[in-house]
Ligand binder design. Structure first.
Ligand code: NDP
Ligand code: OXD
Length: 317
């Protein structure tokens, strides 16, 4: 009996240096006890595993997993996976869950308020033992630009709008969001930037958006603007940000993602008082809620149906 039950178990390959395999195994088993989430180090018959849940591929690669029918990213983004290393023809999905949208929105709002209410400035004044009275800004004078109006950017733009900020958004194709000025395409980027005192970047990282936060971008923003990057480190040219701060174009930044993670100890960002660095913590997916989507995609992959939130690999996101 136990042997039969064991044979009926289906496996999901798990690989992440950040997420807890036990938490995912428990969340999946709570909904579907016959599905086992197995850390890549414990897989004994890789060819029999039909589905993978990956932040990054296993250190030993995926070559032995010849029976994969679907891959689920453990994040909304997929760049950490390096598409070129994934088995050709196996569908890939990003993970979308309310837990991620909520934590990303909370982070964006906290970072916006940090700059809007001058907490960044007052933190530095405190350390310098300075009593520097500054009147509060008004929201009407602090327009926010959200780069990326997808699942996360759209939620962030709506939340900031509801809090009373003037909000613009920028994306590849056109969007309509009540109360948000939506811009699309490279032609509309300069107007979007010129109207943004603070940009929150939550674009997908593709060859077209890599390095988009650069000296040219900063030059188009109003003087003494702010940058919040919660997309990917590859969106930001870090040296250009530091130069723009030195030149007074950019007054401060809150960064969650970096060109190299962990950010190397000798990196100049650590010694810049104008920059707050957080260790890629803006979004957090709760296995208890997101397991539903993982199981749905597991079933779809086994049936050969299109995955939920499938990545368009030609488009790159
Ligand atoms: P979506 O795919 O829903 O949205 C991506 C957005 O990027 C879309 O609005 C898309 O435009 C826009 N975009 C893509 N290419 C271009 C381009 N060339 N020009 C202008 N806009 C472009 O993704 P999500 O909102 O779910 O996630 C966004 C990113 O956030 C992820 O890719 C990931 O890198 C990052 N992330 C970071 C986390 C963290 O902890 N720091 C956590 C979760 C996600 P259009 O709408 O027209 O297609
Ligand atoms: C994601 C992330 O892409 O956490 O979800 O960065």
């Amino acid at each position: 009996m136990d042997g039969d039950r064991q044979q009926m178990k289906q496996q999901i390959l798990f690989s992440s240096d950040l997420d807890d395999p036990a938490a995912w195994a428990a969340a999946v088993a709570a909904l579907r006890p016959e599905i086992e989430v197995v850390d890549w180090r414990n897989v004994t018959d890789p060819a029999s595993v039909p589905f993978a849940l990956l932040w990054k591929p296993p250190a030993a690669g995926l070559a032995a997993f010849t029976g994969l029918k679907g891959i689920q990213s453990l994040g909304a983004g997929i760049n950490q996976l390096n598409l070129a290393e994934l088995p050709a023809g196996v569908p890939l999905a990003r993970l979308i869950d309310d837990s991620l949208t909520e934590t990303m929105t909370d982070y964006a709002v906290a970072a916006v308020y940090r700059h809007y209410r001058g907490f960044d400035h007052f933190e530095r004044q405190t350390r310098a033992r300075l009593w520097d009275y500054r009147p509060a800004r008004r929201k009407g004078d602090f327009p926010i630009g959200v780069m990326g109006l997808g699942v996360l950017g759209g939620a962030i733009a709506r939340q900031l709008r509801d809090l009373g900020f003037p909000v613009s958004g920028w994306s590849r194709g056109p969007h309509r969001i009540d109360g948000v000025r939506c811009h699309a395409g490279t032609g509309e980027l300069p107007d979007f930037l010129a109207a943004s005192r603070l940009v929150v970047n939550v674009l997908a990282l593709t060859p077209a958006t890599a390095g988009i936060l650069n000296a040219g971008t900063f030059a188009l923003m109003p003087a003494e603007s702010f940058v919040v990057n919660i997309g990917r480190g590859g969106h930001l040219i870090e040296d250009d940000l530091i130069a723009a701060i030195d030149a007074g174009r950019i007054a401060g930044a809150t960064l969650d993602v970096f060109s190299t993670e962990p950010l190397p100890v000798e990196h100049p960002i650590y010694s810049r008082p104008e920059i707050l660095a957080t260790p890629h913590v803006a979004g957090a997916i709760a296995p208890e809620t997101a397991a539903r989507t993982v199981i749905e995609n597991f079933d779809r992959a086994l049936r050969g149906d299109p995955l939920l939130n499938a990545v368009d690999t030609a488009r790159g996101y």
